[in-house]
Design a protein around this ligand. Structure first.
Ligand SMILES: Cc1cc2nc3c(=O)[nH]c(=O)nc-3n(C[C@H](O)[C@H](O)[C@H](O)COP(=O)(O)OP(=O)(O)OC[C@H]3O[C@@H](n4cnc5c(N)ncnc54)[C@H](O)[C@@H]3O)c2cc1C
Length: 666
């Protein structure tokens, strides 16, 4: 077996993986990236809506700052996130947007003077400041207090991924395409790299590195209908599970997006609603204001998805051969706006539905979209169990999303997480040497080789495609938007049966190279473990939090469930993982648990919540009115960052205020 040595190995060439690779390479470390597909075709390319960062350039973002972005993120997470990480993130997001602008991202810019926007289904004129002209614009997105989502029309992911990949190319970072990592080499304490299989030749190759970063994206394709690309199958999460040591976090936290088109599940961006689009039922009635009077269509995604499902359950859905759906109406935005700001949506409607969204309503329903769960890491991105194993982006549970991630916070997480974790990965590379027992490499190589041999030469009878379809249906039927104990039990039982059957896979095509059936067989066993992990986590969590909604336990229960589910799979032959819980410490929270500002307010309080609230108030009172927001924040919850990212973010309003003060104007 071929062995390739490097300092930094990154598995995944999406935005998150490439940004880590850039940080490593810039520090002079030998860096190598693996990917299933060419980097520019990673799933990040499909992101439409934009990226959150508190630049406060548009008048609708006036007054925005890291504090407000942090609060939106924590409330959106339903208090399931790690608040330190949310702080690191909110602080660095403006730096990431500006860095991307320098790398060539054509962000949509502010134009001074009046412009018409649609707010709450009505035309409103807003006036942009003269000084903001040409600065990076933002749209309404993600249920945030301020307009904060920076965008390039509706192709944000496309322009970001191209810019970041071009930067990686300019630095000479090699991407080994069509190389699938299938196992992590480790000794129980330290990770040494991966064994990967070439999807073209079928050859196995060991990649040995000081650090290994998993940036393989989400696990959406364990569901039958998903907005995710077909490559988002959760193999990265399975790699960690298969170590038996590394843990996954909150795998039951799966987000459904309200507006995927019916039946194929392609996304129409939340930007449609952010820009003023509304949801209508079979009678053409705009129903969201009845459920969510304040945020309406722009409540957080978990809330909108549930409200839509509730409304369809009342018989208000439009009947179609593919089941009931609702309408997304963006006609009120007008041709010019759709042609410039929502042109990908227009193309999707024309190409996949044969309709023109300038005049026709779009059939939509909630569909699996985002994986909040993933490989559990510390704030520096490293696995707490396996030294040298890092994870970033959607693959990880760095945990700034808790049980619901806000629209626009994921693209931001990939590049912000990539920047921050990239620095820690580079530190690790500089501080550690490459020491690995070659017998260990051979052992892991042999294990994978045996697995492949058994599939090709064995007598198994199970069809991998059928097992996968069965798994996807179970996940969709029983582990979806609304969940309950009996159905989840059914899901766990049926999934474990499929897992058992996956030990007996048989292939019709016996080729060792370029064999999609073999690829499917190797993946489906791993995907099933991921699916069982999601279902077990959902069954055990007897509360409703964020996107995890239990009909039999409708309250958010901070008393018993203010924690993070951790899962490992120590016994490779077992059909179930081992679960434990990591408590979230209320006494360390900058923002103690409370009402999110939308959805149902029915939480069972944590015993420390009131105590912490009083402590927060006392700390702020002691600081007095003279303390600025930075001093207040530092007193409540200090957080760590790499030195380079500590400086404060500049906003044009600061400069204007300073100039006004200097010239004595009001
Ligand atoms: C349709 C859609 C629209 C979205 N729009 C927005 C938006 O507007 N704003 C926002 O904030 N978020 C959005 N998101 C979410 C966001 O785009 C993703 O969360 C994010 O881009 C994920 O980036 P990533 O780098 O973590 O992973 P990805 O971009 O998914 O990259 C994963 C990489 O891992 C590789 N890989 C996977 N498995 C293996 C393996 N076993 N071996 C080797 N390589 C492997 C793949 O080839 C790929 O290169 C959207 C998501 C979807 C589905």
């Amino acid at each position: 077996m071929k062995i390739i040595y490097t300092d930094t190995l990154v598995v995944g060439a999406g935005l998150a993986g490439l940004r880590v690779a850039i940080a490593s390479k810039e520090r002079g470390l030998d860096t190598l990236v693996l990917s299933l597909v060419p980097a520019k075709r990673s799933h990040s390319v499909a992101a439409q809506g934009g990226m959150q960062a508190s630049l406060a350039n548009t008048i609708k973002g006036e007054g925005d700052d890291e504090d407000i972005h942090f609060q939106d993120t924590v409330k959106g997470s339903d208090w399931g996130c790690d608040q330190d990480v949310a702080r690191m993130f909110a602080h660095c997001a403006p730096k990431a947007v500006r860095e991307l602008a320098q790398w060539g991202v054509p962000w949509t810019r502010v134009t001074k003077g009046d412009r018409q926007v649609i707010v709450n289904a009505e035309k409103v004129t807003i006036t942009e400041a003269e000084e903001a002209h040409g600065l990076i614009n933002a749209r309404d997105f993600g249920g945030t207090k301020k307009w904060r989502t920076c965008y390039t029309a509706d192709g944000a992911g496309h322009s970001l991924l191209y810019a970041v990949d071009n930067k990686a190319i300019s630095l000479g970072i090699p991407v080994h395409e069509r190389m699938e990592a299938l196992s992590l080499i480790h000794d129980g304490e330290r990770c040494h790299g991966v064994i990967a299989r070439c999807l073209i030749t079928g050859e196995l190759c060991a990649y040995i590195a000081k650090s290994t970063t998993i940036a393989t994206g989400g696990y959406g394709r364990i569901y039958s209908v998903s907005t995710n690309a077909v490559i988002c199958e959760g193999i990265g999460q399975a790699l960690a599970l298969d170590t038996g040591v590394a843990t996954l976090g909150n795998m039951e936290a799966v987000q459904f997006h309200p507006t995927a088109i019916v039946p194929v599940g392609i996304l129409t961006t939340e930007g449609c609603r952010g820009d003023g689009g509304v949801l209508r039922d079979k009678d053409g009635y705009r129903f969201m204001p009845d459920y969510e009077p304040e945020k309406k269509e722009l409540a957080s995604r978990d809330v909108v998805s549930r409200r839509m499902t509730e409304h369809m359950r009342k018989g208000k859905g439009v009947n179609s051969p593919y089941g009931p759906h609702l309408w997304l109406d963006i006609t009120l935005l007008g041709q010019k706006h759709i042609d410039t700001n929502l042109r990908e949506v227009k193309e999707i409607c024309e190409n996949f539905l044969g309709i023109d969204p300038v005049k026709d309503w779009i059939p939509v329903r909630p569909t699996q979209h985002y994986s909040m769960g993933g490989i559990r890491t510390k704030a520096n991105g490293e696995s707490p169990q396996l030294s040298g194993l890092f994870s970033v982006g959607e693959a990880a549970c760095w945990d700034m999303h808790g049980f619901n991630r806000l629209g626009g916070n994921s693209l931001a997480e990939t590049v912000v997480g990539g920047m921050i974790i990239g620095k820690y990965v580079a530190d690790f590379g500089e501080q550690n040497s490459l020491v690995v027992d070659t017998d260990l490499i051979a052992l892991f190589g042999k294990q994978l080789q045996t697995e492949v041999d058994q599939l090709i030469e064995g007598e198994g009878t199970e069809d991998p495609f059928k097992l996968k379809a069965a798994m996807q249906k179970i996940m969709m039927d029983y582990v979806g938007i609304f969940r309950n104990g009996p159905e989840l039990e059914l899901a766990v039982n049926q999934l474990t049966e499929l897992l058992e059957r996956s030990k007996n896979l048989g292939l019709k095509c016996k080729k060792r190279h370029a064999n999609p059936e073999l690829v499917e067989a190797l993946r489906v066993k791993r995907m099933l473990k991921v699916a069982v992990t999601v279902a077990c986590g959902a069954l055990a969590r007897t509360e409703s939090r964020g996107a995890h909604s239990r009909e039999d336990f409708p309250q958010r229960n901070d008393q018993d469930w203010l924690n993070r589910t951790l899962t490992r799979w120590p016994d490779a032959n077992s059909l179930r993982p081992e679960m434990s819980y990591e408590a979230l410490d209320v006494m360390r929270m900058e923002l103690p648990p409370g009402y999110r500002g939308y959805g149902v307010d029915n939480a069972i309080a944590h015993p420390d919540t009131q105590k912490r609230q009083q402590q927060v108030e006392a700390i702020l009172a002691e600081l007095g009115d003279d303390a600025d927001r930075y001093a207040k924040q530092a007193a409540l919850m200090p957080f760590e960052l790499p030195e380079e990212y500590k400086p404060r973010n500049q906003r044009f309003t600061d400069t204007v205020a300073k100039t006004d003060a200097e010239s004595g104007e009001k």
